[in-house]
Write a protein that binds this ligand. Structure first.
Ligand SMILES: Cc1ncc(COP(=O)(O)O)c(C=O)c1O
Length: 357
């Protein structure tokens, strides 16, 4: 009998494809919703000095009081709520999925949405049911409520704003879903900084089954790998048991503390990205044969006549975006364009106009 992975690894894991990260070497990187700006020179140097003093011979303090205090300040998290740190919010998604993976339990999420909802469900042995958005990517509330009534999910994911579509679902609809769901509803606010203040933070703690997830990745700190869950002490006490003891490393902790002390730098970059998003959207609307979807995030989803040829044409001009054609029927010929610097956006627009001409 074989003792190799084909015989021993669970079928559903073998059927998965690993999360794909494109090689971006030498390309303008507009594929992963990163903030395009580096730190100012002086701040980067200060970070270097600070990191040089970190005692990396020691394990980090898992309670991370300094980092949590700064995250609370930066995100206006009320004292009545707790914070759980993750190695990126990706890890939080996995911790939540693990906690709820009773035998036979299922997960429901609108689709298309963030790929890791399904990945982490499968990884943890949970059943998964995607509920299609409407063709214009608005939430099909009736279908979602029907799926919740049918599958009785232990966990429902709502990305607010949604990725890869960029839009915000109606707040009242999300609250109706929270009320109807028998299980936990996690609102994933990875893009909250670009949403013009739209957030369900004030609702956390008012419902026994609502948890919020955020990240500093999209604020300009994707390389640190730092995400957080925000919820009641009752929920986070349970999730804390599944967090690996030293999941956030000492260097990320120290850098996070310093950079959140200078968060005006990140906030200014975020404001610039929001302003440039509006310019990008207006310029996209002026290109014939491009359908542009509304965005409350740091990226814009568009539909072009032929996504693969447009993707390749952009790449040929040194620009990497994300091609979603083939990943979900609703995303036929869709490209997701991360908002870059003004100069990068201009290059993108010129190349895209040429590609669809
Ligand atoms: C909706 C959503 N949630 C979570 C994440 C994960 O972010 P990170 O692990 O960098 O915190 C992403 C990343 O693209 C995302 O789009």
């Amino acid at each position: 009998m074989s003792k190799g992975p084909a015989a021993l690894v669970r079928e559903e894991i073998r059927a998965l494809a690993a999360y794909h990260v494109a090689n971006a070497e030498g390309l303008v990187k507009l594929d992963a919703m990163e903030n395009p700006y580096r730190l100012p020179e002086a701040l980067a140097r200060e970070m270097g000095d600070r990191l040089a003093r970190v005692a990396i011979n020691r394990y980090p303090d898992p309670a991370a009081p300094g980092l949590k205090r700064r995250l609370r300040e930066a995100m206006d998290i009320p004292d009545r709520l707790e914070v759980l740190l993750g190695n990126g919010s990706d890890e939080i998604l996995q911790v939540v999925s693990m906690a709820l993976a009773r035998p036979g339990a299922t997960v429901v999420a609108p689709e298309p949405s963030f790929a890791m909802y399904r990945m982490s469900a499968v990884a943890c042995g949970l059943g998964y049911h995607g509920v299609a958005l409407r063709p214009d990517f608005t939430l099909d509330e009736e279908a979602l409520l029907a799926a919740i009534a049918k599958h009785r999910p232990a966990l429902t994911w709502i990305a607010y704003p949604n990725n890869p579509t960029g839009n915000l679902f109606p707040r009242e609809a999300i609250l109706r879903i929270v009320a109807a769901a028998p299980g936990l509803v996690v609102v994933d606010e990875a893009y909250y900084a670009f949403s013009g203040g739209a957030s369900l933070l004030s609702e956390v703690g008012r419902h026994p089954n609502l948890l919020l997830v955020r990240t500093v990745s999209k604020l300009g700190l994707a390389g640190l790998r730092l995400g957080l869950a925000i919820g009641t002490p009752e929920w986070l006490r349970e999730l804390e048991k599944l967090r690996l003891p030293y999941n956030v490393n000492a260097l990320s902790m120290a850098a996070g503390e310093l950079l959140l002390d200078h968060r005006e730098v990140l906030e200014e970059q975020t404001r610039r990205i929001v302003a440039d998003r509006a310019r990008l959207e207006a310029a996209l609307d002026a290109i014939a044969r491009i359908e542009r979807f509304p965005s409350a995030a740091n990226f814009v989803l568009v539909r072009v006549p032929d996504a693969l040829s447009a993707f390749e044409a952009l790449k040929g001009r040194g620009i990497l975006v994300r091609n979603f054609h083939g990943s979900h029927p609703l995303l036929a010929h869709c490209l997701r364009l991360t908002v870059g610097t003004a100069e990068e956006n201009d290059r993108l627009l010129e190349a895209l106009a040429a590609a669809v001409a």
